[in-house]
Design a protein around this ligand. Sequence first.
Ligand code: FES
Length: 164
Amino acid sequence: MVPSRLRDELRESVVRAEHPREKAVDVMFALQDHYGYMNDRAMAEAAEILGMTPLELEELATFYDFIYREPVGKYVIRVCDSAVCWMNGLESVLDHLQSRLGISTGETTPDGLFTLLPVCCIGYCDRSPAMLVNRKVYGNLTGERIDEILEDLRRQAALSQRND
Ligand code: FES
């Protein structure tokens, strides 16, 4: 179950909204951050907070690409595979990521740290090739830059594990 403070905050934001449904994605993101993905329990809790039926929420979750109904890594790397990124070196970026992580697109590293997925244009074309890690955007990707990003994420994960 989510901590009661978070639950209360989410309930308040739903009450303040004109329509509870407009808060559905925010509530699912908050629960997804807590559980790591939207498992059935998280879906039921989100539906209860929103005053929606689980089926209504399921329809939204299915439609929205950034809600994960299956387990994913702590960091979900979504590499833009749209035209401008392709033209600006996506292929080598993807090769580099796959080789550094030891996984292919659609997979999660055995340590549960990284999931690699494609995404359509994220509006960062002027800094392509680009990718998202969870909800943060990274652009002007090169092999060197990717190594720095991965190292930083591994450091953050180790720190947060120590603080748990
Ligand atoms: S095509 Fe990749 S960010 Fe737009």
